[in-house]
Design a protein. Sequence first.
Length: 234
Amino acid sequence: MRGRILAVDDEPAILEIVRLNLEVEGYEVVCARDVAGALEAFALQPCDLAVLDIMLPDGDGLELARLLRARSDVPIIMLSARDSDIDKAVGLGMGADDYVTKPFSPIELVARVKAHLRRYAADRADAVAARMEPVIEVGCLRIDLARRRVTVHDVVADLTAKEFDVLRMLAEHPGRVYTKAQIYETVWGLDAFGDLSTVQVHVRRIRTKIEEHPEQPRLLTTVWGIGYRFEEGA
């Protein structure tokens, strides 16, 4: 058994597609069709990853993502027929790690599940090895790599797991410019199916949490036409 996946969707046909394609890959799939069923299933059988529809009959999948994130740091992939940056920003802000737009390719979904699980396993291993890693300090910003904790003026900045990973990748190599594709492939572990707007949403959210003036960033800057850079001595 490669891992247990919680799949939540009120459409039986979609739930069946998700279940069959993941079971073929060797995953155990726990299915639910509403918020209440999902919370009960997760309490009874803690999962390694969750795939959540946004529109559910007894509530909002975004709220479900927030509730699951309060209980666990497992990867969360949102499914939705809505494809705007605002919808993605809301979903990612609720603690989701990725966003797949309906109609979706089962092959793409399976690829994302595999990549997130690999990354999750690596993060847990890194957390053990990171106990001796240094702290990055730039001005009032402090990034504690071992504790995965970011503070600004000694106030904790509440970054999600993926926001921290993006910030860490850039901060560990100040002055170096990374393209959206490089960030997506490194942080999400995906390439062929990359949705690069996800990187843009994460960078925008990071800025609101670490920059004094997010609309005029000094730490996490844009190199137009190329990508992003963490500034040295900002």
